[in-house]
Design a protein around this ligand. Structure first.
Ligand code: PHE
Length: 329
């Protein structure tokens, strides 16, 4: 026994050094085979059992097996640490710092026109107005007839209006909401109706889809002065106290008298919207007595005000959905 145990011990030391020196999982497999494989040097010790006297065979066999088990454990441990090193290196080569906080998903926000629309609604809420809505695909009755717009009026022309199959139109203005809100009710009313409208129109300040905010107030002693006062304070609230404004006499079939309101935009006037005293015929169409009640109405362009507010020179920049533009606003 004295001759064989030191042999086993030095083989173990050899194995431990070789395992520690293995620098890849592949090398480790080879090292393991050279000691523990079928032709490995430790396995070979078992074959010497036959040369030993009977009395020593059992002890020697146990010593070889214990030695194999220790070497097997070192191999397993080295294998784990090599695998960890491979992983660490993969992580390092990707410049990944797992201690960094994760990137936040980009946050969305409201479109500038929506923001301005809400700001406008807020102004009128402060004056006691509430919000009414109507459909964008509208009947010709609500869009034109009830508003006293005759069949030969240019607004009804094929050039201006988008017609929908089945006798409907895309509303060309928010004024049909006046009809929907007033029919079947009695004054006093204070309503606004912001929303999308559609016209066959295209240039730097016109888009086939745009936004208006309709407003109307009906009571027993409403005057044109009330209308003008409200629109002037509305404009100053939005565009600042120094904004230059002007009222121009105009014609609409559904108001009398009527006006258009412009604001100064650089070196030109920009038409902002129409307004006037609600025509007695319109009140009658809604079942309201025009001898007892008068009202005013207006329909202002939201996008025009957005161009002024956000310094956008072309209305289409607002609607093209180009994030590079919208992010600057
Ligand atoms: N509906 C008109 C337009 O779109 C504007 C308007 C609204 C005029 C209310 C008078 C009263 O041009």
């Amino acid at each position: 026994m004295s001759g064989v145990v030191p042999d086993l011990e030095s083989l173990e030391v050899e194995a431990r050094d070789a395992i520690a020196a293995a620098n890849s999982p592949q090398q480790l497999v080879e090292v393991r085979a050279s000691f523990l494989g079928r032709k490995g040097s430790i396995s070979a010790q078992l074959r010497r059992i036959g040369e030993l006297p009977d009395a020593e065979r059992g002890v020697f066999g146990q010593a070889v097996n214990a030695s194999k088990a220790r070497v097997e454990a070192w191999v397993a441990e080295r294998k784990r640490s090599l695998e960890r090193a491979v992983q660490d290196q993969a992580i390092a080569s990707r410049d990944l710092d797992v201690t960094l906080p994760s990137a936040l998903p980009p946050r969305g926000r409201l479109h500038p026109v929506t923001r301005l629309e809400r700001e406008m609604a807020q102004f009128f809420r402060g004056l006691g107005f509430s919000i009414e809505e109507g459909p964008e695909v509208e009947t010709e009755y609500h869009c034109f007839e009830a508003l006293n717009i005759p069949a030969d009026h240019p607004a009804r022309d094929l050039q201006d209006t988008f017609f929908v199959e089945g006798g409907h139109v895309l509303r060309t203005h928010t004024s049909p909401v006046q009809i929907r809100a007033m029919t079947g009710r009695q004054p006093p009313f204070r309503f606004i109706a912001p929303g999308r409208v559609y016209r066959h129109d295209y240039d730097a300040t016109h888009s086939p889809m745009f936004h208006q905010i309709e407003g109307f107030l009906v009571d027993e002693s409403t005057t044109f002065g009330d209308l003008k006062g409200i629109l002037y304070s509305f404009a100053r609230h939005l565009m600042g106290p120094d904004v230059e404004l002007r009222f121009r006499a105009h014609y609409f079939p559904f108001t009398e008298p009527s006006a258009e309101m412009d604001f100064r935009w650089g070196d030109r006037w920009l038409e902002w919207g129409g307004c006037g005293m609600i025509h007695p015929k319109v009140l009658e169409n809604c079942g309201i007595d025009p001898e007892r009640y008068q009202g005013f109405a207006f329909g202002m362009g939201i996008d025009r005000a957005a161009m002024d507010r956000f310094g956008v020179p072309n209305i289409h920049l607002l609607f093209d959905g180009d994030m590079r533009v919208l992010e600057q606003i």
